[in-house]
Design a protein around this ligand. Structure first.
Ligand code: GUN
Ligand code: ZN
Length: 459
């Protein structure tokens, strides 16, 4: 075998030695075994914020200059930073506000919490707390809903920029069927979004997402304005909700009687395509799945939210139907979702699949929260896998973070078993360290900061 090559390194280069796992292809396309790359003893060389080399430790170490420091993480597994493809940062404070279904939940808890973001200081405080909490759960990228207030977007992007994070976000557009204090109008929503795009798009690692909340809280004029924003800014993304609950679907049919179905509403206004992420999609019909496939639109599965709000079971048979697979990514959907942990979310996805009579392997779950989500965001040339040249957003998972996981690990005899154990038993205590563009964030310190911050917010 030829000696592996490590490119010339700067004096700041370093390396991690640990077990590591990443996806090198889509397991839904090529099968789990061909897609999963597991190194039982890996070396990951990081330089200038990027992965310089990744491979078997013994083979790579020979090519590594002796002055490059190597940190050996024992009883650990390195994975790419997790990607949360749909999350509402202004809902951080209402996680677990329960007992209601979607429309009542929005009216009772959510809109009130979002109204508080009229205060830019509150927005910045929650943005800081949310991002530190994401990081301490191993999430390094997310597609984020802000509120209707432009200052909530400024606060979020400023907090993300300060941490060097790759984050996509946008102002939530809503001009009806919500309290007055949360409404814009079609023109104002357009103008404010455009100004935010110009201010933040492409700055550092930030991206702008045109974000009509859903077709119930946007008039046709607002959806048209959202379509115009996307047409004018091909580098922007689009996110919204679709077909989460049946009474929502019925209301859409009343509001848009001239459209074929829910998806056709978004299609009509030019909102579909390979940079569009539709949350939930639990009650889509055959035509809608076909159209998602044809347009390259992603459906984002939010399992803890679907269980918490009683929304339904994700239809894997439809989503990955032979011959017309649809791009799927995974998300927490906090605060409808109950955890920011993408590991717990992977575990929930497995459980929801079981309830629906489908098998979702650990490899596929990992794909949905890393490489698959990166692909859905068209960022898979930068993040989502352990690939030389990619940005070094990495998570070091602790395989023995509790007595029960140590006990369970003794019986794990394959990487599949280890991943299932982590998904089922892992939470933020399993995160030993997180690297953002090659910079260790100091998870312990961060956990304490989140606790202090939350305490001061309630004081
Ligand atoms: N549909 C419209 N808005 C929301 C929201 O904030 N959360 C969820 N889960 N669904 C929605
Ligand atoms: Zn949502």
């Amino acid at each position: 075998m030829p000696s592996p090559v490590i490119p010339p390194l700067s004096s700041a280069a370093f390396a991690l030695r640990a077990a590591a796992v990443t996806l090198r292809a889509d397991p839904f396309e090529v099968g789990d075994e061909a897609a999963l790359h597991h190194e039982a003893d890996a070396l990951i060389v990081v330089d200038d914020g990027r992965i310089a080399a990744f491979g078997d430790h013994a083979a790579l170490r020979r090519a590594l200059p002796p002055d490059v420091p190597v940190t050996h993480h024992r009883d650990a597994l390195v994975v790419p930073g997790f990607i949360d493809a749909h999350v509402h940062y202004p809902q951080t404070g209402i996680i677990g506000a329960g007992g209601k279904r979607l429309i009542d939940w929005l009216n009772h808890y959510t809109f009130a919490a979002e109204g508080e973001f009229v205060d830019p200081l509150h927005a910045r405080h929650v943005a800081d707390l949310f991002l530190d909490a994401c990081l301490s759960h191993g999430t390094t990228t997310a597609s984020v809903y802000c509120t209707v207030h432009p200052a909530s977007v400024d606060a979020f992007f400023a907090a993300a920029e300060a941490r060097g994070l790759r984050m996509n976000a946008g102002k939530t557009l809503m001009d009806r069927h919500a309290p007055d204090f949360l409404l814009d109008d079609a023109q104002r929503g357009y103008d404010e979004s455009k100004a935010l795009i110009e201010r933040w798009r492409g700055r550092g690692r930030l991206g702008y997402v045109v974000t009509p909340r859903f077709a119930i809280t946007s008039t046709p004029a607002q959806l048209e304005a959202a379509g115009a924003l996307l047409a004018e800014h091909p580098d922007a993304w689009c996110q919204t909700h679709i077909a989460e609950q049946l009474d929502e679907v019925a209301w859409i049919a009343e509001l848009y009687p001239e459209r074929l179905d829910y998806l056709d509403v978004y299609d009509h206004y030019g909102l579909l395509g390979p940079r569009t992420l539709l949350g939930h999609g639990l009650h889509l019909g055959e035509r809608e799945w076909q159209r998602c496939h044809d347009s390259g639109t992603t459906v984002v599965h939010c399992p803890t939210s679907n269980a918490f709000l009683g929304s339904g079971l994700f239809d894997w048979a439809q989503a990955k139907k032979t011959g017309r697979p649809v791009s799927v990514a995974l998300a927490s959907d906090v605060g409808g979702g109950t955890t920011l942990s993408m590991m717990a979310t992977m575990g929930a996805a497995h459980q929801i699949a079981q309830l629906g009579g489908h098998r979702l392997s650990a490899t596929r779950s990992l794909h949905l929260a890393t490489r698959g989500a990166a692909r859905a965001l068209q960022l898979d040339d930068r993040i989502g896998s352990l690939t030389p040249g990619h940005e070094a957003d990495l998570v070091v998972l602790d395989l023995g973070h509790s007595p029960l996981t140590r006990l369970r690990m003794k019986r794990c005899d394959s990487i599949d078993q280890v991943l299932f154990m982590l998904m089922t038993m892992g939470d933020d205590r399993a995160i030993r360290e997180v690297y953002v563009m090659g910079r260790p964030i100091g998870v312990e310190r961060l956990r304490m900061a989140v606790a202090d911050d939350a305490a001061s917010a309630t004081a």
